[in-house]
Design a protein around this ligand. Structure first.
Ligand SMILES: NC(=O)c1ccc[n+]([C@@H]2O[C@H](COP(=O)([O-])OP(=O)(O)OC[C@H]3O[C@@H](n4cnc5c(N)ncnc54)[C@H](O)[C@@H]3O)[C@@H](O)[C@H]2O)c1
Length: 252
């Protein structure tokens, strides 16, 4: 029987917490993963480069069937030194690279922090159409990412998903911070659920357009994030609940 040629996905930020989860799941489903990161990636074909290098980004995207864009400074930080190059210049280079390469599907990592005020104060669940209440400049870079996704979907005609991810701790200190917070356990995202989400986003049949979704694991008690759009669009539902998987494969 002839073998099915494997599909190629570019995962940026592949060496990071969520990147490793995405690469693991996509690889296990038979995808060829081009793992783009400024650090070497343990899973997939490691491409060590910076998002600021537009030529390297464009080369990585050539011939790809899908893009999962995760590389970023993943929280509030020095604006000029970190957020501007990683989250905004990087976003520009990735979107322009995907447009030039005609990558037929783009998945962008946004954050629940775009609606941080409502996450803390309610009303819950926070729905994708609710007015934005960003936490700070990091969240503002994610609002820019969603706007870029919207424009890219319109101009390219290809589907784009901007996913507002729940909280997946990167270190044991980060996990303790989550446990001590009010909202953390209700919007926790396990690595396994994240990996399954990115695989569904890459594989499930999709209509064109820009799709904004929330993705988290099952809430401990309060349903803070509306997961119905992800179920409707991708037939994806979380399996885990805080703290399942929180300390698996932690970097420190
Ligand atoms: N973990 C969470 O709780 C969470 C929640 C919401 C959104 N997100 C988003 O998900 C994505 C992944 O987050 P994470 O928690 O895995 O973070 P992480 O820090 O573990 O991984 C990010 C990766 O991106 C790489 N990277 C950053 N800037 C780069 C650049 N300029 N060029 C090349 N590589 C670069 C880093 O080397 C790192 O490996 C980010 O976009 C983040 O904003 C994460």
């Amino acid at each position: 029987m002839p073998s099915t040629p494997s599909r190629t996905v570019v995962v940026t930020g592949a060496a990071g917490r969520l990147g490793r989860a995405a690469c693991r799941e996509l690889t296990s489903r038979g995808w060829h993963v081009r793992a783009f990161d400024r650090c070497p990636s343990p899973i997939g074909e490691s491409i060590v480069a910076d998002l600021a290098d537009a030529g390297a980004v464009a080369a990585a995207l050539r011939g790809a069937d899908a893009l999962v864009h995760l590389a970023a400074t993943p929280d509030d930080d020095d604006f000029a030194a970190r957020l501007l190059p990683d989250n905004l210049l990087g976003l520009h280079n990735v979107i322009e690279g995907a447009r030039a390469a005609e990558v037929p599907r783009v998945i962008l990592a946004s954050s629940g922090q775009v609606n941080f005020g409502q996450q803390n104060d309610g009303p819950w669940p926070v729905r994708v159409g609710d007015p934005l209440t960003p936490r700070g400049w990091y969240a503002i870079t994610k609002i820019a990412l969603e706007a870029a996704g919207q424009i890219h979907a319109r101009v390219s005609g290809f589907p784009v998903i901007s996913v507002r991810l729940g909280w997946c701790p990167r270190t044991s200190d980060h996990a303790e911070e989550l446990a001590a917070s009010f909202h953390g356990p209700h919007c926790y995202l396990s690595p396994r659920d994240a990996g399954r989400f990115f695989a569904a986003a890459a594989e499930h049949p999709l209509p064109p357009g820009h799709h904004i979704l929330y993705a988290s694991s099952k809430p401990v008690e309060i349903e803070m994030l509306d997961l119905v759009p992800a179920k409707n669009l991708l037939d994806w539902e979380p399996l885990d609940c805080w703290p399942s998987g929180a300390t698996d494969d932690l970097s420190g």
